[in-house]
Write a protein that binds this ligand. Sequence first.
Ligand code: GLU
Length: 393
Amino acid sequence: MSAQRFSDTSPLATARRIVVKVGSALLVDQDTGRLNRPWLETLVADLLRLRERQQQVILVSSGAIALGRRQLKLAKGPLRLEESQAAAAVGQIRLAHAYKELLEAKGVTVAQVLLTLEDSEQRRRYLNARATLEALLELGALPVINENDTVATAEIRYGDNDRLAARVAQMASADCLLLLSDVDGLYTADPNTNPGAQFIDRVMHITPEIEAMAGRTVSDVGSGGMTTKIMAAKIAVAAGCHMCISAGHHEHPVRRIEEGARATWFVPTATPVAARKQWIAGTLRPAGALCIDEGALKALHSGKSLLPAGIVETRGKFERGDTVSVLAPDGTEVARGIVAYSDADAARIMGRKSSEIEALLGFRGRAEMIHRDDLVIMRGPAARVAGAAEVVR
Ligand code: GLU
């Protein structure tokens, strides 16, 4: 396939929002333990090129532990958890500094976001992290994300930035995720030990065979092997996001993918919005319900968000971030969505104008009870089957 044709059809060329993950093995020179700055400059140039094409970019960067361990003169080999956390504390500041220097020299504001597993698993935090990323992108900043290694204890750690990056892609409804690492993609067997191993350039379904191919190759510096990349791919494609694994050690690693460098692409079956809405619609047991008036029903059918003003009653117990049913005046379930307020707060602001929220609750919450991006209109028999009585008990 010629370079030109590839770049015309590459998900990378058409994506609206791209998450790029770079592994420690690329960022940090394995011999000296120093930041690989000349390479990093070419990566930054690639990211700026995407932004110039009006694509939004989020960078997930590893490297904190690898950088910090050199500074702290920690011996080679596996670190104890508290040692890697100490190394991360030292390394992260250096990493952030390097990104700030390189990007601000080109007039781009950098934002550092440190996340833990809980931020993507707990609904409230998930919503907050999502809103923050959205605000940063809207304001034109380039978010640089890493795991908050210094506070993430063993049980609540990702431990690898492959899955973290996939969660970020899901959270941000990105349509493309690039994992740049020291492997160029997926093979039918380990190419280091098996000369007959064949390269796979496109994965349409992540079957058990594909998972078996991942094997257990773990690179020296980073902690993510092919296994974590396949786990990341599952998260990404389920969220409607294309994911690409490619080697990143050459200069201009992103541009190279567009120019046809070897890569494995995992292809989703839906768009991010459709995937998100499918997930909402498929919630087995909505936590509660909001009963709405005729005016709100009309607004929903014309594609608008659900505002507190149109709500006449709340049913069940729910937290901000839960999926709830929306019930029409005749009791049928007309929609489902992710609610921005708990049942108690919803009850206090229902029937009121969004401008009154701050005075009623004491904080400035969202104007919408359910934002239209988080709302699915239920049509046909499904709506009748999932009627009020069955949804909320
Ligand atoms: N968060 C770790 C770091 O910045 C890297 C995890 C990984 O290698 O995937 O050092």
